[in-house]
Design a protein around this ligand. Structure first.
Ligand code: SAM
Length: 307
């Protein structure tokens, strides 16, 4: 772990102040330290093609040490192997495993995709959560995966095919312009965000790319996408909003403004289901915000029901 001063030098100047304003000095320091730790590689067994037991056996044979995730039997934490060691495994080529951060596995688990449900994944590429939802429903949900960026949509298509997620229909489109004629039983809005929970201090472009302008642009997109999601969600049905940001302006503020607009209510997410989750205080009770550390990326989740 780096010294605090060394880490701060690599961060955009305005960020520590913003974090201190929201979380206080001590927690802001914890978050900043979290940016510098080497995160363990984590993966999900793709139960459409394999079982967690087969994955365990293959990792053992390859001499890769791992441990279980208490709240998700399909996930594993690798003790010291890097992503390249995983990519070299036949299991990886065969689409039997998906490299995915633990935080990123949370939204599909909170949404609980139902077999037979019409599900919209509004911002889907590269497809970690799309394919996880397909696996959780055993390919029996009807998932529309929407992605605006054509290059990312190609990656999404590749992952859908590789993972055998045959219940997914890909739509390359700006989700803000989806026709209100559509109606969904469940929606995941894993919104585009500043990425303030997953800052990579080794990225030489970090100072240029992580700007106040990026945050403002993300907030604007998040508001518009959530407004559309609420219009497309059937009455009485549920959606999950998530970001890999720890900034309230992209998280609680977006949810609070949707709640004040009417048409949705907040469904509290039980925090005791997720052992070992390094939770941050939230400004809206019932939402979850995760601090970056050696296991988790900084992340936010809220669950809403259309009323
Ligand atoms: N859910 C993805 C996963 O688990 O692999 C990660 C999604 S990433 C946070 C956000 C994605 O939303 C990006 O691929 C971005 O190109 C896409 N996006 C941004 N604005 C969009 C829009 N208006 N409509 C559809 N997709 C959008």
């Amino acid at each position: 772990m780096e010294q605090a001063d060394g880490i701060r030098e690599k961060l955009p100047q305005f960020l520590p102040g913003l974090l201190e304003e929201q979380y206080g000095a001590a927690l802001a320091e914890t978050i900043i330290q979290g940016f510098s730790v080497r995160r363990r590689v984590t993966l999900r067994a793709n139960t459409l093609k394999t079982s967690i037991d087969e994955v365990r056996t293959a990792l053992n044979a390859a001499g890769i040490l791992f441990r279980a995730v208490p709240w998700y039997p399909d996930a594993l934490i690798l003790e010291d192997a890097d992503e390249n060691a995983v990519r070299a495994l036949p299991l990886y080529d065969e689409g039997k495993i998906y490299l995915q951060s633990l935080s990123s596995m949370l939204p599909p688990l909170v949404l609980e995709p139902r077999p037979g449900a019409d599900i919209l994944d509004m911002a889907a590429a590269p497809g970690g959560k799309t394919t996880q939802m397909a696996a959780l429903s055993n390919n029996r949900a009807h998932i529309t995966a929407c992605e605006m960026n054509p290059i990312r949509a190609k990656r999404l298509q590749y992952n859908i095919e590789k993972q055998g997620a045959s219940c997914v229909y890909l739509m390359q489109k700006d989700a803000r312009t989806l026709d209100d004629f559509f109606a969904f039983d469940q929606i995941l809005l894993d919104a585009p965000c500043s990425g303030s929970g997953v800052l990579d201090l080794r990225d030489e472009r970090l100072l240029a790319s992580f700007t106040r302008k990026l945050i403002d642009k993300s907030v604007k997109a998040q508001r518009a996408l959530l407004k559309k999601a609420i219009r497309l969600l059937k009455k009485g049905q549920e959606m999950v909003y998530s970001t890999c940001s720890v900034l309230a302006c992209e998280n609680e503020d977006i949810i609070a403004s949707a709640l004040s607009g009417g048409g949705v209510e907040l469904i509290p997410i039980a925090s005791d289901r997720w052992q070992e989750l390094p939770l941050l205080p939230v400004q809206l009770e019932g939402t979850l915000c995760v601090a970056p550390d050696e296991l988790f990326e900084g992340f936010f989740l809220a669950k809403l029901r259309a009323i």
